[in-house]
Ligand binder design. Structure first.
Ligand code: ACO
Ligand code: LMR
Length: 264
């Protein structure tokens, strides 16, 4: 009989051997002709299934509202400095992307992990937040440099409004809101931020859509798919900042001495 040589790579999300590429078994012609969007493509390539329209639209809203947040945030700052140092598009982009992490934009997975664990264990917001404090861990998804209890993040409101209208259940999001109510009673900067809103709402999407079983949800949360949403989204803005600096022919950036405290 036939002997199959062992392969060095296993791949399950896409196939380019036929007449046209397929994403999770769906041919490109179907994707184009049936009017699939970026949310559908993300569903196929990340989750290996077609998700209902309200889910793909939610994914697209996350991408649109995280695409940029002005020139002053860590990622854009790095990209601008790099572009002004004369570097190419990819270098400028990755320089910005490298700032995405536990403090900036990359707290979505940890927010999902901690909110899920606390909700599933039935912890009250008080028990959850004070437990985190005892462990010396900041609550991921809570806190912002400029947003406050009396100047909430519009993006969070928009996500919450969409989910309350379209999701069958928003139990994890409601839990995150209760956590926020408690943290705001401690300090005015401890709002639910966009990472926390996406993290908690994606738990609701995974649990409420009926498209994922429990081990699959646990695996998605454990591997950490959700920071990918911010990385993908913010790449749009970082590429824009690179073009902007090049278009403006901005010179090499040098930080002013006056803005540095030189001390021993
Ligand atoms: N949980 C508990 N306490 C917090 C949190 C939090 N998430 N965030 C701030 N605090 C506390 C701090 O401990 C600090 O008190 P302390 O000085 O007694 O320790 C006080 O609030 C003020 O903290 P600052 O350091 O001044 O807050 P800063 O404005 O520098 O931090 C940040 C903002 C980095 C977002 C912070 O709130 C944080 O680490 N949050 C968790 C990570 C996160 O969700 N990041 C995503 C932000 S949204 C985005 O980037 C798109
Ligand atoms: C962002 O989306 O970049 C922000 O929420 C971070 C910030 O500091 O504004």
């Amino acid at each position: 009989g036939k002997v199959r040589a062992p392969t060095h790579i296993i791949s399950t999300i896409s196939d380019d051997r036929g007449e046209e590429p397929c994403y999770a078994g769906i041919p490109m012609s179907t994707i184009v002709e049936q009017g699939y969007g970026v949310g559908d493509v993300i569903s196929l390539l990340w989750f290996k299934r077609s998700l209902p329209r309200y889910c793909t639209q939610f994914i697209e809203i996350c991408i649109m509202l995280c695409a940029d947040h002005g020139p002053c945030v860590s990622g854009a700052h790095n990209t601008i400095v790099t572009a002004r140092a004369g570097k190419d598009l990819v270098s400028s982009l990755v320089s910005g992307l490298l700032t995405i992490g536990p403090r900036f934009g990359g707290a979505i997975d940890d927010a999902a992990r901690y909110f899920k664990d606390a909700y599933d264990r039935g912890l009250t917001p008080y028990e959850f937040v004070e437990g985190m404090k005892k462990k010396g861990i900041r609550v991921p998804g809570i806190g912002h440099r400029i947003k406050r209890g009396d100047n909430r993040d519009k993006r969070v409101e928009l996500l919450q409004r969409y989910a309350r209208t379209h999701f069958p259940s928003v139990k994890y999001m409601e839990y995150a809101v209760q956590v926020e109510t408690y943290t705001l009673s401690k300090a005015n900067n401890l709002v639910l931020n966009v990472d926390g809103a996406i993290g908690s709402l994606f738990l609701d999407l995974l649990a409420g859509s009926g498209m994922f079983n429990k081990p699959e949800i646990d695996e998605i949360v454990e591997i950490g798919y959700l920071n990918g949403l911010f990385v993908l989204a913010r790449s749009i803005g970082l590429i824009g900042h690179t073009f902007d600096q090049k278009r403006l022919k901005q010179p090499l950036y040098r930080h002013p001495w006056e803005d540095v405290l030189y001390t021993k």
